[in-house]
Design a protein around this ligand. Sequence first.
Ligand code: 8YV
Length: 318
Amino acid sequence: MVDLLQVSVLPPFLTERLAQEYTIHDFIDPAEPDKLLDAVGPQIRGILAGGMKGPNANLINQLENLAIIASFSVGFDATDVVAAQKRGVIVTHTPEVLTGDVADLAMTLILMTSRRIGEAERYLRAGKWLQGRMDLATTVRGRRLGILGLGRIGRAVARRAEVFGINIAYHDIKPMGDLPYRSYPTLLDLAEASDMLLVACEGGEATRGLVDASVLEALGPDGLLINTARGPIVDQPALVAALQNGRIAGAGLDVFDGEPEVPAALIEMENVVLTPHIASSTNETRRAMGDLVYDNLRAHFDGKPVLTPVPPQGNVQS
Ligand code: 8YV
């Protein structure tokens, strides 16, 4: 049987299915990593990774027979893809199958923050309705949504938002001439022209801290920030400060820098909606993601092309 190294927690339905055809070595939190690698390293031909935990260059380069890294995620910022591709190691991810659910959650956060749904729920549960009506919220109709990153997920949110009468604009490293939305040349310009800013771009070094204090300032005192992509894309201390000082109105966040730790300051705020990185967490989508991980590995070890490879990153010469 082919040997795989598992570096991230994965759903049991996937590991149980894989265990029928592969020998899986648990490397999630190894007590003695060097000892384990000395024992099984040369046999390892594949790595099982996740969106928040993947192999670094050091691990990739230690495994001389490594041929494939299959990540149970669309985002691949946790894996050193450049190091893998330099060595000719294939990296696969799980695009498309989770787009709908992630876009649904982004839309939910847009609605929840604008209509103050979290606050409304807490208001009712605390018995405050008996003393009077809650303050008014803001309609989403006619509001301007700026999307940072108009990839698969950004586009899917745009389609949903249009149905709600929201006006769409975006900023992306490449303008999408094929779409009817206005493109802004800089993120700052987009933020200035938006009531709500959705972060939907890739994570990783290139986008770290992109949404900084100046972008939040440009979004303005009535603005809302929504993030379903990766926590570190937003300068989190700057976000907390902007919320505390009223420089933006609120935020809907599914991802955090340093998750699962979430700053206490955010937890205490009424005007933020916080979810524990659940955008793709439905039974249906997680199963589809798992099937894609399985199918990519199967294709590779059957000598066929993988289904969903991560495109070449950086200056890869292999
Ligand atoms: C998962 C994700 O929560 O696909 C991604 O990039 O962040 C999420 O779908 C996570 O990757 C599970 O490992």
